[in-house]
Design a protein around this ligand. Sequence first.
Ligand SMILES: Nc1ncnc2c1ncn2[C@@H]1O[C@H](COP(=O)(O)OP(=O)(O)O)[C@@H](O)[C@H]1O
Ligand SMILES: [Mg+2]
Length: 338
Amino acid sequence: MIDKVMQADPTEYAVIIDRISQDVPFYRAYLKNAAISGTAVLNNPFWWSADEKFFNNALAIKTGVPVPKTVLLPSKERPDDTTENSFRNLKYPMDWDGIFEHIGFPAYMKPFAGGGWKNVYKLNNADEFFKSHSETGQLIMMLQEEIVFNEYFRCYCLGGNEVRIMQYEPRNPHHLRYVHDGPPLSKKLLDTVKDYTIKLNAALGYDFNTVEFAVRDGIPYAIDFCNPAPDADINSVGQENFEWVVETAANMAIKRAQEHKPGQMNLTWGTFVKNAVAPTTKKPAAKKAPAKKAAPAIKTPVAKKAPAKAKKATPAKTTTAATKKPVKKATTTKRKSK
Ligand SMILES: Nc1ncnc2c1ncn2[C@@H]1O[C@H](COP(=O)(O)OP(=O)(O)O)[C@@H](O)[C@H]1O
Ligand SMILES: [Mg+2]
């Protein structure tokens, strides 16, 4: 419960499971403010604000998980308060022939940040594409190769390693999409689906997500895996899946509360962010530090910004910042000086 939101005020919660901030930006801001004082917000509200389906597809490719060929399209209409001049970097017309040749038809067109099957189009040719695209206003759309599938899975992934694979038939009406007594599936396929689900969520850093796969020629292609508040309604997923989600989410929340460390951020970050911020390369810092002491003339913006405090506390580290990892070291210095 929230009555007032004061900047940098800690909440009374060790853990919050967020299932609503995608629709309520006020909550997203509240949750970031909660996170900075240590509340473990599931999912990480910063990452949730940062990624979208097109980027996630790129990350899937870098992670080794197959995805359908996909291109990003500029919105049909200009965003508010922009002029033609705002788009002077856009070649016009775009290379539509090249795009269509790459993706092929039939194709799917869908928003780069969307969900709930809203504005998802199946298109058979270029004419249908242009007609449908003209209806999409300011939405940023992606055009995607169709995966003609013989199996489709929707998989919950909680806490990075708890995976529930659900057989799913998206071509059925809504209440019949979850297949409860389908034909037996190969263990190898299910193992691959589980492996890809874990890989994607490790890269993204979501605590609570679903990944959908369409299987073509035995290869699972990740279709939809940006679902940080996934449907878990008992009426659509059914009793057993619902119970699994409730039980697993509750256990995850308890675990995170037990692991909660006061005075620090308790969020989950994916390997994409972690590797970018703290590259796991060599450890030159220790060797270099003594040499730096002898060279006190620090001529970097980092050093200039925090002169008195930083010098006293950690001169060697500040110097390292000049050459190695400015962002990380600057943060360390700040914390220490507090
Ligand atoms: N590339 C594709 N190939 C085949 N089917 C697709 C593809 N993209 C979407 N679909 C179908 O459209 C449905 C909705 O698309 P999806 O990407 O899951 O969007 P949303 O996030 O709105 O659920 C999927 O469940 C699937 O049945
Ligand atoms: Mg979907």
